[in-house]
Write a protein that binds this ligand. Structure first.
Ligand code: ACM
Length: 552
């Protein structure tokens, strides 16, 4: 069997024949009305990789368009309303070419990604490497569709900024793995990364820090150089449009009321000025949970409504993430203003105050036709029915949320935090948290057995999270993300059996083919034999997590 048929994520059904469809200089590409975007994408990537013209034709299988080529070998893209929105059927037949039919443009696009895998690793290159090579699609019928509608990746660009080109590249990598939600963690204590026109200091001041902790938060090491950067509004528009071309929606995260020190450094009046002198606060260079959180005042609410107004203009998707995690309460306990607000509104305590803060933006977003999503701490105060929860502190938050009728994205840190180390050995360059191997991720099950079928319908899907405290550049991100993101993609897309019954040996065999694709894409993954010498980083301290094995 051709290794090119070793698809990742695994399709629902694949029937292989013994023939092949050759793509040649005569091969044409046909796209139905409504599929111009997918056609443009597919022609662009295949032209780059193959050098073949793949001219556009008006009809698929029209013999007049084949210029007498005896073997019609075109690619056709068609809509089939009988298929579900993200479902596709790919038939590669020596007598009729390659036909990809989908229930929507997204379905056809996922089918086009499968076609690229079937063509072999060189189909991922940006220019042809062998002019004389034969491009062949093995004879197959693939019927496929996703298990979950939310197949997410979160990228933290606040702890370490990833320049726009890197973000676009990650969108391409997501698309190649049929992932479709990009959770863009844009603000945190350590940096504010999105231009907000009415508050220019958020990026002028809030996007740079003077120095950065190297290693986990107890590490004595500092990198004494400024770090930062931000995306202009046009950069964001470009990223969102680029994602949309790849059928990926972007969920922006503006983290409130904790994880806000960069915003307070830019606009000191946002902080608890009756507790500390916020005018001396800088963008944080350390890791962990900062005590410097937003003051629960009307001024803060109006300020962030202004931020969210611009965010809504930039991000057209259904969901807006408001963070809501790890809000330290010390300053609110000490603040007469915060305490007065708790009394006035009968909120009980600081947890009630946090819930009030989240509910304000829940109502505000709902009134504007959007849905709030937040980390599972937001469950602690009562939410509008449309609000959704990112369950990160294990499954518990997700179970509670689903039982209360809220939609859930399962992203437990014990399973799918890809910043955690992927091997127990001493060579792991960033030895943080739990050891979570490729096999562990492959055996991750997003729907816990505690949920009945009705409750489980609230699990929109799952998401892998990449926090970047210890990933200062794209190479480090690649190492942490891959190959585990390929296993995660299979969990999110494929209808796998129960964890213990999953065929990891089979997955590893398919990964042998997939490493070739990742190599052609230039992904700096962790090889199965361990990190390459330049990927090691002796002496960097990891971050201990309670209950996890001790760090090296
Ligand atoms: C989180 O990891 N604080 C969501």
């Amino acid at each position: 069997m051709s290794s090119h048929r070793e698809l990742i994520p695994a399709p629902r059904n694949l029937v292989a024949g013994s023939g092949e469809v050759r793509l040649t200089a005569h091969s044409r590409l046909y796209a139905d009305t409504g599929l111009e975007g997918v056609g443009h994408w597919l022609r662009t990537v295949l032209r780059q990789a193959t050098g073949l013209p793949l001219r556009e034709v008006r009809e698929f299988g029209d013999p007049d368009d084949t210029e007498g080529d005896p073997e019609y070998d075109g690619i056709g893209l068609r809509l089939d309303p009988g298929l579900g929105p993200e479902e596709y059927r790919l038939v590669s037949d020596p007598s009729s070419g390659v036909l990809i039919e989908g229930g929507s443009a997204a379905g056809v696009f996922w089918g086009a990604q499968t076609l690229r895998q079937l063509l072999g690793p060189d189909a991922y290159r940006r220019a042809p490497v062998r002019r004389d090579r034969i491009w062949a699609v093995p004879q197959v019928t693939v019927e496929d569709g996703p298990r979950f509608r939310w197949r997410g990746l979160m990228l933290d660009v606040a702890r370490h900024f990833m320049p726009k080109e890197g973000v676009l590249r990650y969108l391409d990598l997501m698309a190649a793995h049929k992932l479709n939600v990009f959770h863009f963690h844009l603000t945190d204590d350590q940096g504010w990364r999105v231009e907000i026109e009415r508050y220019p200091k958020l990026t002028e001041t809030g996007s740079w820090r003077a120095r950065t902790k190297f290693g986990h938060r107890a590490s004595p090491l500092w990198e004494e150089k400024p770090h930062g950067g931000f995306y202009t509004q046009d950069d964001i528009r470009e990223i969102v449009a680029y994602a949309a071309e790849r059928h990926i929606s972007v969920v922006p995260e503006i983290d409130v009321p904790g994880h806000s020190q960069a915003a307070i450094a830019a606009y000191p009046e946002l902080g608890n000025t009756d507790v500390i002198d916020t005018t001396s606060l800088a963008v944080w260079g350390d890791w962990g949970i900062s005590h410097n959180v937003l003051a629960p005042t009307d001024n803060t609410l109006r300020f962030y409504e202004g931020v969210f107004e611009e965010v809504l203009g930039l991000f057209p998707g259904e969901f807006i993430h408001i963070g809501g995690d790890e809000c330290a309460k010390e300053q609110w306990r000490a603040s007469p203003t915060a305490q007065a607000r708790i009394r006035e509104l009968g909120l009980g305590d600081e947890d009630g105050l946090q819930a009030w803060f989240v509910r304000h933006f829940d109502t505000w977003l709902t009134a504007r036709g959007r849905r709030l999503v937040g980390w599972d701490e937001i469950l602690e105060g009562g939410l509008a029915p449309g609000a959704a929860v990112s369950s990160w502190r294990g499954y518990a938050g997700g179970i509670t949320a689903a039982r209360a009728g809220h939609d859930v994205v399962m992203c437990p840190e014990q399973q799918v935090y890809l910043d955690h180390r992927q091997h127990g050995g001493p060579d792991e360059p960033v030895p943080i948290g739990y050891v979570r191997t490729l096999e562990d991720v492959f055996r991750f099950e997003p729907v816990p057995p505690e949920l009945g079928p009705e409750e489980a319908r609230h699990v929109l899907g799952t998401q892998a999270n990449l926090w970047t405290e210890a990933m200062e550049d794209t190479g480090r991100v690649d190492y942490q993300a891959f190959p585990r993101l390929a296993a995660f993609a299979e969990v999110a897309w494929s209808a796998l059996p129960a964890p213990a019954e999953r065929d990891f040996a089979g997955f590893e065999r398919r990964m042998t083919a997939h490493y070739g694709r990742l190599d052609a894409l230039g992904v700096g993954y962790r090889p199965p034999s361990g990190p390459r010498p330049w990927q090691r980083r002796p002496g960097v301290l990891g971050r201990p997590i309670e209950g996890a094995p001790p760090n090296v």
